[in-house]
Design a protein around this ligand. Sequence first.
Ligand SMILES: [Fe+2]
Length: 245
Amino acid sequence: MFLFNKPKPSLADLIPEGYIDIHSHLLPDIDDGAKNEEHSLKLINSLREYGFSEFITTPHVLTGVWNNTKEGIISTETRAKKFLKEQSIQNPFKAAAEYIMDETFSNLFKSEPLLTLKDNFVLVEMSYINAPIQLYDIIYDLQVAGYKPVLAHPERYLFYHKRFEEYAKLKKSGCKFQINLLSVVGYYGKEVLETAQKLLDDDMIDFAGSDTHHERHTDAYKNKVQIKKTDKLLTALKNNSLFKN
Ligand SMILES: [Fe+2]
């Protein structure tokens, strides 16, 4: 009878070989992620110990809070890579961005090329308080401009938890969904965990991401996975190989 009580895996146990992470804040002193180059190194080393193989790192572009530009991100990437190379870390990451969907973003993608995860895939997010009024116009225009939106951590938007039909609407409008790995260990709380479970059960999750900012995030990979079945999460983790070069 005890055979039925199979021990739950830790989050680290689920990271597949060759895993490429598509969401993190590893560039030094550019947003609320890594504070400096040493901190970047520490976070990368921790994640590598869990089996992460490659990183696409995605600093926030959030006007008024993190006024990052493409040029600024690229120059920070170049500097950080130089430092990391001196520490024997070759090809630590490729830099892209996590764009908040607002009016500034709408103007940006109409006027200059965006930093993409790969090809035309763009990582986007929205405020945790509410969706922008013009949300569906932005998603539509972004696709007209030639991009494929990947919505970061849909399970974390509390305002959708009781309006689950909105998730189907977002998918139908062309968004791919990227789950945060920490959601399945309950890092963001029970409601986010339950929504993550439901999105996985409903086959709505396309990709996975760590959204690493600091050590509290990397430490949580030692925690047990709280979702009932891990098969769909494993599929999402493996789907990330699409972003390899
Ligand atoms: Fe993020």
